[in-house]
Design a protein around this ligand. Structure first.
Ligand SMILES: Cc1cc2nc3c(=O)[nH]c(=O)nc-3n(C[C@H](O)[C@H](O)[C@H](O)COP(=O)(O)OP(=O)(O)OC[C@H]3O[C@@H](n4cnc5c(N)ncnc54)[C@H](O)[C@@H]3O)c2cc1C
Length: 231
């Protein structure tokens, strides 16, 4: 492949914000070669921030969040298939469906994922959610619309705090468990996070310095209670 990046084969793994914008930028910069974008989600790139805000409040549905394209990147979209590895010598991306995609340049834009609950059996209980994808957002929104007695949010970072805030806007009781000394401490630092703690303590039942010791399931596949322990 010529070093000027004008042609050849580029494969982008990750069909979300970064993958889409990279594909657009390559075309804007005059790349005329073949462009393939691989994504393990079955959807075209979509906007995640509304998942913890408008979707939970019932102001948008998760299937309306497709990201606008600045220009058509004229890419081949391989959606709903996971990239499982790279053969560096053969310069090929290996896909879960057994296919492999040859490349001259490879961009890995696989983003982040929600940290899974440590015990998979507990994490699979009815009523336990993580919030990362369209499906997560729609599922959680539907459950919140059914007005549960109380919502327990584990983690008071941005996403957890936004979920707690949506619960309060919907008039739902909510407890937030955070093992750090204050909400948003990683993002805001000590001083501002103390202010956030005062605000969250007033609005939601905030328990800082508390980690969840496990999700209990006394007699049915539903989450019933979740003991908190110090630290
Ligand atoms: C609920 C929520 C609320 C948010 N709110 C805000 C906000 O208010 N403000 C803000 O600035 N940011 C917010 N963010 C963060 C923002 O959405 C991310 O910064 C942004 O999505 C990052 O884009 P990305 O393309 O780098 O990664 P991601 O959006 O994580 O996309 C990576 C993609 O790669 C796919 N992938 C991973 N591994 C593979 C593989 N092996 N093969 C194929 N595909 C793979 C993933 O499934 C995913 O589709 C929020 C995120 C969430 C989840």
């Amino acid at each position: 492949m010529p070093g000027d990046l004008k042609d050849g084969r580029i494969v982008i793994v990750g069909a979300s914000l970064a993958g889409l914008r990279a594909a657009e930028a390559l075309r804007e910069e005059g790349f005329t070669g073949s462009l393939t974008v691989v994504g393990d989600e079955p959807h075209a790139p979509y906007d995640r921030p509304p998942l913890s805000k408008q979707v939970l409040l019932g102001q948008a549905t998760a299937d309306t969040l497709e990201l606008p394209m600045r220009r058509d990147p004229e890419a081949e979209w391989r959606l709903g298939v996971r990239a499982t590895g790279v053969d560096l010598l053969a310069k090929q991306v290996l896909l879960a469906d057994g296919e492999s995609l040859p490349y001259d340049r490879l961009l890995i834009a696989t983003g982040t994922r929600a940290r899974p609950w440590p015990n998979p059996e507990e994490g699979a209980l009815d009523g336990v959610f993580t919030l990362r994808t369209r499906e997560d957002g729609q599922g959680l929104a539907e459950r919140m619309a059914a007005r549960p007695e109380r919502v327990l949010v584990i983690g008071a970072g941005f996403t957890g705090s936004e979920i707690a805030s949506a619960c309060r806007e919907l008039g739902l009781e909510v407890t937030v468990a955070e093992r750090g000394p204050a909400p948003l401490v990683g993002a805001l630092g000590g001083t501002l996070s103390k202010l956030a703690a005062v605000m969250q303590q007033r609005a939601a039942g905030l328990r800082t310095g508390r980690a969840c010791a496990g999700a209990s399931r006394p007699c049915c596949p539903r989450l019933a209670c979740c003991p908190l322990r110090a630290g």
